[in-house]
Design a protein around this ligand. Structure first.
Ligand code: SF4
Ligand code: SF4
Length: 58
């Protein structure tokens, strides 16, 4: 079970239309550059484990 935990399937990395997601390497997860992202939510929808939450920008 991996609910809520990233298991490095690369889905979010592959679907981001802005290339805002960077792979940090095996076991290190991913970084999302909030200045490049456009808030489309694709990564959140496509994540099979629900590991990505979208929150309003302050
Ligand atoms: S919400 Fe941002 S990081 Fe996620 S897919 Fe869209 S542009 Fe990329
Ligand atoms: S889609 Fe979800 S599980 Fe897959 S790499 Fe991205 S955050 Fe991790």
């Amino acid at each position: 079970m991996s609910c809520g935990n990233c298991f490095e399937c690369d889905n979010c990395y592959g679907v981001c239309p802005r290339n805002a997601i960077t792979e940090l390497g095996p076991g290190k997860g991913f970084a999302i550059d909030l200045d490049y992202g456009k808030g489309c939510g694709l990564c959140t929808v496509e994540c099979p484990s629900g590991a990505i939450d979208m929150v309003p920008e302050e």
